[in-house]
Write a protein that binds this ligand. Structure first.
Ligand SMILES: Nc1ncnc2c1ncn2[C@@H]1O[C@H](COP(=O)(O)OP(=O)(O)OP(=O)(O)O)[C@@H](O)[C@H]1O
Length: 314
């Protein structure tokens, strides 16, 4: 369990993290989302005792990182910067870490197997691909069998196989009752991996809720209906509190009625339906809508955002 209370970090004039309070709970994967420069890495570094808060506190299992007698056994981390000596083999790197932390040698072989590095463990880490390097980083994080894992952009640059592998691994670790805290800009992947989201913008907390709630909140109550008798259906459904847009000859977008109500009305008037789809936002759409004002480094607005904006204002 990770608990931040009023966590704040100032670098000169820059307030990188601004009074963050949140709890990352065990038994689930929590996604940490936010635009570039929102303060995610700074927050993760403070959790790991690599940066000192200007004010506020952050604890892992009730104590700050520095107060733990055996911190590696409490929390394992994969941060963006790789800190592995390139001339060492993966096995020697893990053996050196294990020796320093008083971890038995057999555990090194266990984690090598867990991350699928058995074949390559004696090769120099410097010769590894990005994906293999990430596996070494994850093996290091898992070495002391910690209850809490913190991973900053673990899927960055990985191929689809590697991305899928990390997803399955993290979900499995959460199912074992561990706390898994993960940052990523890859929204489609985050949607598949995380059960809960914490969203920050300009150092501040924007959301702390379940993935399902976050997406549902951003979903419009539009229902897309396709019918060869679209005009007849529109006339039938029209009424107070109902808005209907004819988006194509055979397609309506209806707001103000549930798909059950539309289906029942259509059936009673013997109108044929080809499609009846409630519109659900994607995580990316929900995230974009929330963080639009919190983006520090913005490129021109992409077509995806425009599409969503017109969908919600239509
Ligand atoms: N050591 C530092 N000295 C000065 N400013 C810093 C330092 N570390 C981070 N910052 C600033 O603090 C803000 C938050 O940075 P941080 O790296 O935590 O954001 P982030 O959410 O992890 O971004 P990204 O998604 O790009 O990794 C940024 O404006 C950054 O420039």
């Amino acid at each position: 369990m990770i608990e931040a209370r009023g966590l704040t970090k100032r670098y000169g004039d820059k307030l990188a993290v601004d009074g963050l309070s949140f709890t990352v709970r065990p038994g689930m994967v929590t996604g940490f989302l936010g635009p570039n420069g929102a303060g995610k890495s700074t927050t993760m570094r403070m959790i790991l005792g690599l940066d000192v808060p200007t004010s506020g506190t952050v604890t892992v299992n009730g104590r700050s990182y520095a107060e733990h007698a055996r911190p590696l056994h409490e929390v394992g981390a994969l941060l963006e910067a790789r800190a592995v000596h390139p001339g060492r083999s993966a096995r020697n790197h893990l053996l050196a870490m294990a020796a320093t932390a008083g971890i038995r040698r057999a555990r090194v072989e266990e984690v090598i197997d867990m991350v699928g590095l058995a074949e390559a463990a004696d090769r120099r880490v410097g010769s590894f691909s990005l994906g293999m390097g990430q596996r070494v980083g994850i093996a290091s994080a898992l070495l002391a069998d910690p209850d809490t894992l913190i991973l900053d952009e673990p899927v960055n640059g990985l191929d689809p196989d590697g991305v899928r592998w990390i997803r399955i691994l993290l979900k499995g670790l959460a199912d074992e009752g561990r706390t898994v805290f993960l940052s990523s800009h890859l929204m489609s992947e985050m949607a598949l991996t995380a059960d809960h989201v914490i969203v920050v913008g300009r150092g501040r907390l924007l959301r702390d809720q379940s993935m399902a709630e976050f997406i549902a909140e951003a979903s419009t109550n539009l229902v897309k209906v396709r019918s060869p008798q679209a005009a007849q259906l529109a006339a039938l459904l029209g009424g107070a509190g109902v808005t209907i847009h004819n988006v194509a000859e055979d397609t309506l977008e209806v707001a103000g009625l549930t798909n059950e109500q539309i289906g029942t009305s259509a059936a009673s008037a013997q109108i044929t339906l080809y499609e009846l789809t409630p519109a659900a936002a994607s995580l990316e759409e929900a995230y974009m809508a929330l963080t639009q004002d919190a983006v520090t480094y913005r490129s021109s607005v992409g077509p995806q955002v425009r599409e969503f904006e017109s969908a919600v204002t239509a």
